[in-house]
Design a protein around this ligand. Structure first.
Ligand SMILES: [Zn+2]
Length: 76
């Protein structure tokens, strides 16, 4: 079972965690509403979990171009 983080904007894979047991509490998911969870977290058929995030490049672009906030929906 793996947790795969990929960038919601450029599609780059940011990171991957191999875990036997996924402790959703430690990932802070309880902070998210169920709608946010549905948006961000996708359960794959093979048991992997794909999480939409933002990579450093896109984060930097966002910080350098604050008006992007108006154009797109960024997940921090
Ligand atoms: Zn990106």
């Amino acid at each position: 079972m793996a947790i795969v983080y990929s960038c919601n904007h450029c599609g780059n894979q940011i990171g991957q965690l191999e875990q036997k047991v996924i402790d959703t509490q430690s990932l802070g998911w309880k902070e998210l509403s169920s709608d946010e969870r549905k948006e961000m977290i996708q359960y794959q058929n093979n048991g992997d979990i794909h999480i939409k995030a933002i990579c450093e490049d896109c984060q930097e672009t966002l910080e350098n171009n604050p008006h992007y906030h108006e154009l797109d929906y960024f997940i921090q």
